[in-house]
Every structure is written in C-alpha cells, then in structure tokens.
Design a protein around this ligand. Structure first.
Ligand code: NAD
Length: 275
C-alpha cells in the first residue's frame, strides 16, 4: 500500500496528497499554533513583529511579572495589554480556520487542539475545539472559580479606556472595578501564562485525541512551547501519520511524514475548493 502511495505521490502535488490523506483518514486531528492566526492579523509572539520583540517575556509572559511591572510603571502594562489584545479583538477567521470548520462539518476532522487563545476556530464554526492555553474571552474568578464569558465589545472598550486613563490611582480603580467578581474576588482571563499548568481536563482530552489519531496535522506551531509540543509525538507513537504546514519548515522534522513549506492560507485556499 505504501509503495502505491509513494508511486502516486510522484504525480501529485502536496495539496493533492494532503487532500487524499484527509479523505482516506479515519481519525483526523489538527493541532494549531499562533501561525494559523497570523494571516488574520494576529502576530505570533516570537516573530520579528511579535510581542516578545518589544516586551520581555519573563516579565510580560507571567501573571506575577505583570503585577510587579504594573506597580513599577503602570503605563508599560497598559501598553502591553493594548498591544496584546487589540489584534486579537479585531481578528476574523481566515480561510484556514474556515476550511477546518468545513472539514469538521463534512465529518473528516474529529477535533482541533489549539494553543491559541483567540477563539477563531469557534468563530469559524468548529464545535470540537480543545483549548490548551485557554481563551481570552473566558474570565475566571480566582476566589469562587466562577466562569464568565466576556464579549468582544466589552473587552475592546476596556482596552481602549485603559489607554485613555491618566494616573495610577484612576487606573487601579478602573481595573479593580472591571475585574471585581460578585463574590468579592477578582477575575482574570482564563489563559495560561508562562509557568502555569495547562487546564487539566483540556490536556487530558488532547492526549486522548492524539492517541486516537491516524492523521495528525500540525499548522503554524514552533513546537517549542511545552507541554503542548508533546502531542504530535504522542500521536506519532500511536501510529498517526504526521503532516506539518509551516512556511519556515519543520519544527517536528524527525516525526513528520509530509512537510508543506507554505503559509497555511496558501494550502487551504486550494483545499477548500476540493472538499
Ligand atoms: P509560535 O509563535 O511559537 O510559532 C508560530 C509558528 O507559526 C512559527 O513556526 C512560524 O513559522 C509559523 N507560521 C507563521 N506564519 C504562518 C502561516 N501563515 N502559516 C503557517 N505557519 C505560520 O507559536 P506557538 O507554537 O503557537 O506558541 C506560541 C504561544 O503563544 C502559544 O502557546 C499560544 O498560546 C500563544 N499565542 C497565541 C496567539 C493567538 O491566540 N493567536 C498569538 C500569539 C501567541
């Protein structure tokens, strides 16, 4: 069978090969990283335009770092929150997100495991989305654990108002008011900062889905964020074929069966016409 596939591959381009693998798969899982959303206008953290080129990750990537920076220079944190959230709040799903929703609707795609917090897979229509690093629009009270969904408009207004407010005291008052929970505790976005554990249930589910996969597609992930980056290896160990789509080449090259060195939208613009 492998021989036949290899022979056919001589006459196929990568897109056709990808389509054929998808159509012949029994349990397709897609694993996404920041790269799938760059073409929706959200820069990845590590690129030239990324946030870490401007803000030190050891400070701004941790919750305690943010709090201490706020005490030293609140305007730095306000700028960071604005720069971090604005592209996400303005983003819309691109053709890659839309194609993945269509693949789920058609029954090919079983789950998406994402490291992104931008909600774009759900916005595109995917129902089975496992969010390993949380979601910017879900806020959780640290005291009563209550979960609240905060809309785009409300978050945009918050970010814009933060930029307008002058003076540390006014800022603290405004932020305290926004994060106050009914129980008296404080809410924070339910996203995973550096050094924090992944949500237990999401990660367990992601591991189970990765084990079940016979085809596992990695889109736009540097593969250096742990423990999320273990999932492709789990899939491989359990017999899945591994495909990677990334314009900068493979980060998982020791396990990939097919590497497509292209932007995700280049690949999915073609694929969506054929499914
Ligand atoms: P990363 O920033 O470490 O790597 C992004 C990868 O995407 C790179 O390998 C890059 O070559 C590739 N890429 C860039 N443009 C692409 C395109 N058009 N098509 C396909 N691939 C493309 O991203 P990561 O591995 O997800 O890890 C970063 C962490 O930052 C994640 O944990 C994630 O939670 C978070 N993050 C999320 C968002 C978001 O929600 N959109 C944005 C930035 C960072």
């Amino acid at each position: 069978m492998l021989r036949v596939l290899e022979f056919l591959n001589l006459f196929m381009n990568e897109g056709d090969e990808l389509l054929s693998l998808i159509k012949n798969s029994n349990y397709l899982i897609v694993f996404t990283g920041a790269g799938i959303s760059t073409e929706s206008g959200i820069p990845s953290f590590r690129g030239k335009e990324g946030l870490w080129a401007k803000y030190r990750p050891e400070i701004y990537g941790t919750f305690t770092g943010l709090i201490s920076q706020f005490l030293i220079k609140p305007s730095n944190v306000v700028n960071f929150i604005f720069d971090f959230t604005s592209p996400i709040l303005e983003a819309k799903p691109n053709i890659s997100h839309i194609c993945l929703a269509k693949l789920e609707e058609k029954g090919y795609l079983k789950s998406i495991i994402t490291q992104n917090i931008d909600n774009l897979h759900s916005d595109a229509g995917n129902k089975n989305v496992i969010e390993l690093h949380g979601n910017l629009y879900i806020w959780r009270c640290k005291k009563c654990e209550n979960i609240e969904k905060i809309g785009k408009e409300k978050l945009s207004e918050f970010a814009k108002n933060l930029k307008k407010i002058q003076g540390r005291r006014e800022l603290i008052r405004y932020i305290n008011n926004f994060v106050k929970c009914k129980c008296g505790g404080r809410k924070r976005p339910d996203i995973v900062f550096f050094g924090e554990p992944l949500p237990f249930e999401a990660f367990e589910k992601a591991k189970k889905e990765s084990k079940k996969a016979d085809l596992f597609i990695i889109i736009g992930s540097s593969g250096i964020v742990s423990p999320a980056c273990d999932l492709p290896y789990i899939a491989k160990e359990n017999g899945a074929k591994i495909i990677e789509i990334n314009p900068e080449g493979s980060c998982f090259e020791n396990i990939t069966d097919l590497i497509i060195i292209k932007r995700a939208t280049e690949v999915f613009e073609e694929l969506i016409k054929k499914i």
